[in-house]
Design a protein around this ligand. Structure first.
Ligand code: ACM
Length: 631
């Protein structure tokens, strides 16, 4: 009896341990945890069954991925039943798991990944990797690790076919190797579209052989560091030596690298606004030809509540035939380089003030019976759609392309909330949801007082709330969604990682996992497990989810009252008003605080289980008063 109880307790403990080890993002459709675990050994080989060269590639990918951290060889064998890890393309297709789904079974003595298509094998592989200890992400061999994965049976497939991440390489240049790294970091979370924002006011990054000035002039600007948007304007003779571009060979290499990892690359050529790099290269494309410079981060737009004014004309001229001739050249080459079915034409934030003053635009409006600037823009988009379709591609654009009338076959990427997506879908157009309030990962994720300067706020839980299908919209019109990393203020790869993670964990779950499977508390626990993997992989991430949140308000008497909260449960906040740095022996926050007379700073710090977990934040009382609108 005693032995029996003992065995039961051991079994229960090992099951609890297995449950802890099963911590997958995005959450799979179904996971059954079984007793026991599978162990990688020096002799473990990977067997691929059937004749599919892409399946072979997945096996080699897994072999490469496991080799460095374990130091084992992981030979890939064809149709070899002695292999302990088996990858199988199903002969009898599974109608539920579709093109990207998989069935993963981890037994004590073997692992099987089965799928209808190689993409499914790849995603099964990613899930299997997440079952292994965090050190599997190490860049060097680590001894002393028992390379065990708990026994599980997983059935999994995505909710959406389009699971995108956008990288803006225009504002700051990211090298070919860094773009590959970005791809490597997105694939464990089953993202499958890299939206590559290649052109903007700041620089033009893609070699167009028939228009060489786009890169000889457009890919370069004066170097500046500091407060983006407020830089000093470069003088005409100042060296323009910050920047770079991708040659067509570079692009082919990246597209192939992405394809080998089941990622499609969506190129964006942002027109007719955001085009100063093109205008600087070929001023004849502007309604106001003259001398232009690529923007170096100095002010050139006036942004205000209901629109904006360009101080320098950064737009292409819809009334100018040469624009369409040049764009034909651009899209001919773009279409040849990118196999993805869509090309993104931008279309966002196009200032109209220079068009309004242009005689050529007035004449175009008369000739084409266009009644306002929105219709001028729509005329332009429709012509661009014809060009893109002539290259056998489909057009997608930001939701401004709805203004003045949507082009007949265009897909819409809805960024100013979900409104544009709803409108496009109501007309039967395809939509990718990318609402700024949930998925703009260039925005603040923690308090602006201590985070690198940006604007707006998307905390992790806001990203987790992303729901791509609004009520009343036909789900089949929503291709999926994506997170966007604009890089005006993201100058290097470490910071790109910091902004991307963990918010892109949250967004991946909205795009892959069944809606009913989402659970914030459970997700937070899984995020922490991913952090250990990122530590091993030396990838930077934000820990702002552990920081205190300040909610200042004016009470009935006009006095400042400060509520403090945290995004996640189980965290204690300690504080001081006396300028000293609080620790866990300081007063613990339990109820809204009133500010003692003459105090100038509220300092807070967070702890969990006796360990500091969040940053110390030093908040000026004046800043809290400003936020609470107290004079
Ligand atoms: C955008 O954020 N301007 C698409």
């Amino acid at each position: 009896m005693k032995n029996c109880l003992c065995a039961l307790l051991i079994a229960a403990a090992s099951f609890a341990h297995a449950q802890q080890m099963v911590s997958i993002i995005p959450q799979p459709v179904s996971v059954q945890i079984n007793d026991g675990s599978f162990r990688l050994e020096p002799s473990t080989s990977i067997g691929v069954f059937g004749n599919n060269s892409d399946a072979d590639k997945v096996a080699r990918y897994l072999s490469d991925k496991l080799r460095t951290p374990t130091g084992f060889l992981f030979e890939v064998k064809k149709n070899d039943r002695s292999s302990k890890i088996r990858m199988i393309i199903l002969k009898n297709k599974d109608s539920v798991i579709g093109k990207e789904g998989y069935l993963l079974s981890v037994f004590r003595d073997s692992v099987s990944i089965q799928a209808n298509e190689p993409a499914g094998l790849f995603y099964g592989t990613q899930t299997f990797l997440q079952l292994l200890p965090a050190e599997i992400e190490s860049k060097a061999t680590v001894g002393e690790v028992i390379w065990e994965a708990p026994c599980v049976s997983v059935k999994d497939y995505p909710r959406f076919a389009w699971r995108g991440l956008m990288l803006d390489v225009s504002r700051h240049f990211f090298t070919k190797e860094q773009v590959k790294q970005f791809i490597d970091e997105m694939i464990p979370y089953k993202y499958n579209v890299l939206h590559w924002h290649l052109t903007d006011d700041q620089e033009w990054r893609i070699e167009i052989k028939s228009l060489p000035r786009l890169t000889s002039v457009g890919a370069w600007r004066a170097e500046r560091v500091g407060d983006w948007g407020n830089f000093t304007k470069p003088s005409p003779d100042e060296p323009k030596d910050y920047g770079g571009f991708y040659t067509q060979e570079d692009i082919k290499e990246i597209v192939q690298y992405a394809k080998d990892r089941f990622v499609s690359v969506l190129p964006e050529i942002d027109i007719p606004g955001h085009s100063l790099a093109m205008v600087a290269s070929y001023p004849e494309v502007s309604c106001t030809p003259g001398q232009y410079q690529v923007n170096s981060g100095e002010k050139f737009m006036d942004w205000y509540a209901n629109g904006f004014t360009a101080l320098i004309d950064n737009t292409l001229c819809p009334a100018n035939e040469i624009v369409y001739q040049y764009l034909d050249k651009v899209f001919t080459e773009v279409a040849q380089l990118f196999p993805f079915e869509y090309i993104h034409m931008g279309g966002d934030e196009c200032a109209k003030n220079f068009w309004e003053k242009s005689d050529a635009i007035t004449q175009l409006m008369k000739k084409e019976k266009l009644k306002d600037m929105h219709e001028v823009q729509s005329y332009f988009v429709k012509r661009v759609e014809k060009i893109i379709e002539s290259k056998k591609k489909k057009l997608i654009g930001w939701d401004e392309i709805l203004e003045g009338g949507l082009a007949p076959n265009a897909a819409v990427m809805s960024w100013r909330g979900i409104k544009g997506g709803i409108e496009a879908a109501s007309m039967g157009h395809k939509v990718v949801m990318s609402p700024n309030q949930n998925v703009y990962i260039d925005l603040y994720q923690g308090d602006p007082i201590c985070e690198p300067k940006t604007y707006g706020m998307v905390r992790l839980n806001k990203a987790y709330q992303f729901e791509p299908v609004p009520d009343g919209v036909k789900p089949e019109l929503i291709l999926g969604g994506q997170a966007n990393l604009w890089t005006e203020r993201v100058t290097n790869m470490r910071h790109a990682q910091y902004m991307t993670w963990p918010r892109s964990f949250a967004i991946s779950e909205s795009l892959w996992s069944p809606k009913e499977k989402k659970n914030w508390d459970d997700f937070v626990g899984r995020v922490e497990k991913q952090f250990r993997r990122f530590d091993a992989a030396q990838v930077k991430y934000a820990t702002t989810l552990y920081d205190a949140i300040f909610n200042p308000r004016k009470d009935g008497k006009g006095t400042l009252e400060i509520e403090l909260t945290t995004e996640v449960n189980g965290i204690d906040i300690y504080y001081s008003f006396d300028e000293s740095n609080p620790d866990r022996y300081y007063p613990k926050y339990t109820a809204p605080l009133m500010v003692p007379k003459d105090a100038v700073t509220l300092k807070v710090v967070t702890y969990r289980d006796g360990q500091q977990i969040g940053k110390q934040i030093n908040m000026p009382i004046d800043e809290l008063k400003r936020r609470a609108k107290i004079k």
